[in-house]
Design a protein around this ligand. Structure first.
Ligand code: 2HA
Ligand code: ZN
Length: 280
């Protein structure tokens, strides 16, 4: 029987030493540092989830159900018995970069998918609770599983350059935003061929933003939340970061050109068509 508290704490501490989890912690530290350096993670901004269920045998998962239990307002039946590394609420990406294990939370979804358990990582600390955007992460993670997508990571960050664009009237539509972004650099179309989904301003942390994000991520790898930030999916944290980085590059080129007082030309229709014909 697993029941006693010391054994539970030892077990959770050992989890971060597990050979499959250690490299993920390295990736978390790396991407958290990039987000901080880019200025996309002021204070406690940004959050992520990584589905690590495949690192465990089914019988190992039984233990997770013994940890503190929190009901969810909505069920996620397809997430039954899945486990995620999730950034902790209120944690700072710059601290995450220095000590990922202390700023992460392990969330195990119950058999019914209607509650989660926090598998405490550090018995000396008050345990870290999951990001305020948990409902959006769970909704997107469930959709990725339903679609059998290879993506295991959902990443949210306050990408300054893209937020700035959503403040400008010409970029209030997905079509105009993507047309401009694709026009600023040939590799934007190459690496983000479906463009970004654009979500009109909606309060973060709500079911409404989760639902809107879910619909857009059905056919995009990234969404831009008007006047707030972005959410991208990827097979790894680095993949999700790269999508944000590529879009931000295009946005910076646009803003830099505009800062000269001139209008950027953009790639021509035939140049874009050539890229589509050559690479897609
Ligand atoms: O994690 O960025 O949108 C803090 C946020 C909320
Ligand atoms: Zn945010």
């Amino acid at each position: 029987m697993i029941g006693n508290i010391d054994s539970l704490l030892n077990f959770s501490n050992d989890l971060f030493q597990k050979k499959e989890i250690k490299p993920v912690l390295g990736q978390v530290a790396g991407v958290a540092q990039y987000l901080w350096e880019r200025g996309w993670a002021e204070r406690n901004a940004g959050n992520f989830s990584v589905n690590i269920t495949s690192f465990f045998q089914d019988r190992e998962l039984d233990r997770f159900a013994l940890y503190p239990f929190f009901p969810l307002t909505k069920g996620y039946p397809d997430l039954s018995r899945t486990i995620f590394l999730v950034s902790g609420t209120g944690t700072r990406m710059r601290d995450m970069a220095a000590s990922p294990a202390e700023n992460l939370c392990l969330v195990y979804i119950s058999d019914t998918g209607s509650a989660y358990h926090i598998v405490t990582g550090n018995p000396d600390c008050e345990y870290v609770k999951p990001t305020s955007e948990l409902v959006t992460h769970l909704a997107v993670q469930q959709q990725l599983l339903q679609k059998k997508s290879p993506e295991k990571v959902v990443l949210h960050a306050h990408v300054t350059e893209l937020i700035a664009l959503t403040q400008l009237p010409p970029f209030k539509t997905e079509e105009s935003l993507n047309a401009m972004l694709w026009g600023m650099h040939p590799e934007t179309l190459l690496f983000v061929p479906a463009g970004a989904g654009l979500i009109p301003y909606t309060l973060a942390g709500t079911e409404q933003i989760a639902t809107a994000t879910l619909a857009k991520l059905d056919h995009h790898k990234v969404v831009v939340w008007e006047k707030h930030g972005c959410m991208a999916v990827g097979q790894t944290l680095a993949d999700a970061f790269d999508i944000l980085d590529i879009l931000a590059k295009s946005a910076r080129i646009y803003l830099l050109c505009k800062s000269t007082g001139m209008e950027p030309e953009g790639l021509t229709e035939s140049q874009l068509a050539e890229i589509r014909a050559t690479f897609h």
